[in-house]
Design a protein around this ligand. Structure first.
Ligand code: SF4
Length: 408
């Protein structure tokens, strides 16, 4: 974990996914009356315990036929069976490589044309310079960007090898699936060969961005020209086969139906059955700015939490569900930690994609702020590395909280 100080506590962390142990723990947990009273939730719990998973029909019913508090209770039970009252985060930095993009997805507020006055493209030196001031505090750099019209694989090989040479302790999580496809086309290589060359240059894992909704009729309306649903899955499949772990995401609240969201979850679950390469699922809503996608249906806070809860219940084979603070803000994140989420991403330091779209999530949160956020949900903050193989319990002294006491 580089220069990050902390107390390693592997033995205190509940063993992570990939086993059926969490289902055994689920059987022995007390069942809240709110779940017992709702036939859909009771059926979902029985299915998880006895069949191992819930089907898509039940996934849709969870959305339409459950009381929100009872749904959160079931999702929290599943999360608790997996990780007890532990919540994970890391110390990372986001560095976007360029905002210049040859595509123009309708939900994207980040991309710029090459001649726009705010367009930028980081040289290798500028990239390293961005990381430098944070390098002793972080163990992950998260880098994604637009589809640059002239860069090919050589630029990214230089970025990663330069970063590894200067900051060998920092894990490089970089490139969305569509960036990998774009590099393959620009470099006249297969996706497989791009991944092999980038892995050999220092790429450690890939984030899940760009999944949007894995239904091509929806993609055609919100991000025409991007990779197809099948291509997204195939690129992640290739990464997993090469031993490169990845995350997966879902952008909801644009033009998709609830059934489309459930299809998305099913497709990710099927790929995970095959490869077991996804570490974490990150669902987040479209952030409107009144100019893009005026027909978007937009998700309310309760809908965001409902999707997080259903994701936890449906994705029985993906270990972690992330409440992405940079998108949903700290307040909804705290509620998500009681509705199935077990991870809040990291310290981040700098973020452009969600903030270009209107996010006001604070960017100056240090470890102590994240610890406080987790403590206020009455759970235990666990600092982790990117691939969830090292864990550190943060100082668990309860901090002063701004929460008003509840008077009986
Ligand atoms: S979402 Fe990505 S691919 Fe689409 S316009 Fe924005 S930067 Fe380009």
């Amino acid at each position: 974990m580089g220069n990050i100080e902390g107390k390693p506590v592997h033995e205190e962390v509940v063993p992570l996914g990939g086993t059926n142990d969490w289902r055994k723990r689920l059987i022995s947990m007390p069942i809240p009356n709110s779940i017992l009273r709702n036939s859909t939730l009771k059926q979902a719990l029985d299915s998880l315990i006895h069949k191992g998973r819930i089907d898509r029909t039940l996934g849709v019913e969870l959305y339409f036929e459950t009381d929100i508090n009872a749904l959160f209770s079931l999702a929290h039970m599943v999360k608790y069976a997996r990780f007890s009252d532990q919540i994970f985060f890391n110390q990372n930095l986001h560095v976007n490589t360029t905002n210049i993009c040859v595509l123009a997805c309708r939900f994207c507020a980040f991309r710029k044309g090459p001649r726009h006055e705010d367009a930028y493209e980081l040289s290798v030196e500028e990239y390293l310079h961005r990381i430098d001031p944070f390098s002793t505090d972080i163990d992950e750099v998260h880098s994604v960007g637009g589809l640059h019209p002239t860069w090919n694989i050589e630029h990214y090989k230089n970025l990663y090898s330069g970063a590894k040479q200067k900051f060998p302790h920092i894990h490089i999580k970089s490139l969305t699936a569509v960036e990998i496809k774009h590099l393959a086309v620009r470099s006249n290589l297969s996706v497989w060969d791009v991944l092999v060359e980038l892995r050999n240059s220092g790429l450690d894992s890939i984030p899940g961005g760009g999944a949007e909704i894995l239904v091509d009729s929806v993609r055609d309306r919100i991000c025409r020209g991007k990779e197809s649903s099948q291509e997204y899955l195939d690129i992640h499949r290739s990464a997993h086969h090469l031993g490169i772990p990845s995350n997966c995401t879902m952008l909801f609240g644009t033009v998709e139906s609830i059934e489309d969201r459930i299809t998305h979850l099913e497709l990710l679950r099927e790929l995970q059955d095959e490869t077991n390469g996804f570490q974490c699922f990150v669902p987040y809503p479209f952030l409107p700015d009144f100019t893009r996608l005026p027909e978007a249906q937009l998700a309310t806070s309760s809908e965001i939490l409902r999707m997080i809860a259903i994701s936890r219940i449906m994705l029985d084979n993906i270990p972690h569900i992330k409440a992405y603070r940079m998108n949903i803000g700290n307040e909804v994140t705290q509620l998500a930690l009681l509705a199935g989420a077990d991870d809040i991403d990291g310290t981040v330091g700098h973020e452009e994609i969600m903030h270009s779209a209107g996010s006001t999530a604070p960017l100056d949160s240090g470890v102590q702020e994240l610890v406080k956020l987790i403590h206020e949900s009455n759970q235990i903050p666990i600092r982790r590395n990117t691939i969830y193989s090292q864990f550190f319990v943060e100082n668990c002294e309860k901090q002063e909280s701004n929460i008003l006491p509840v008077v009986a």
